[in-house]
Design a protein around this ligand. Structure first.
Ligand code: ZN
Length: 137
């Protein structure tokens, strides 16, 4: 699988807006939704650490609150030498807006390169209250 250069560049640019004074670990996410919309997000930390938001969740809620419902592809950039996977909370939030996690490509990149998995690879048995409707908006 080839690296989605445009989506990854959007994630890299988003990481420049990270507010990470505590961890100094800047992350950017870019998500392509059904219909072509792309949302981006950066991590936003808080002195009360538990209130910190990851870049992926910022990108999801930004688009979901605008009416987008189906994630098609995710790119994640960490301003580091080592790529990182989304945390469990972000995987669960991504799955909420994904009717087929095995069809969602997730690229995780850093200054040293990228690796590509599917959302199902990272979250094989997500929690769901009901099966998703693949026809949703
Ligand atoms: Zn996270």
């Amino acid at each position: 699988m080839s690296v989605p250069e445009v989506l990854l560049e959007k994630a890299r640019l988003a990481s420049q807006n990270a507010y990470a004074p505590y961890s100094e670990f800047s992350v950017g996410a870019a998500i392509r939704w059904r219909g072509g919309h792309v949302s981006t997000g950066a991590n936003v930390e808080n002195a009360s650490y538990g209130l910190t938001l990851c870049a992926e969740r910022v990108a999801v809620v930004t688009a979901a609150s605008e009416g987008h419902r189906e994630v098609e592809e995710v790119a994640l950039w960490v301003e580091s030498d080592k790529a990182a996977s989304p945390c469990g909370a972000c995987l669960q939030v991504l799955v909420e807006f994904c009717s087929d996690p095995s069809a969602v490509r997730l690229t995780m990149a850093s200054r040293q390169g990228a690796r590509i998995e599917t959302l199902a690879d990272l979250m094989p048995q997500p929690f769901r209250l009901r099966e998703p409707d693949p026809e949703r908006a």
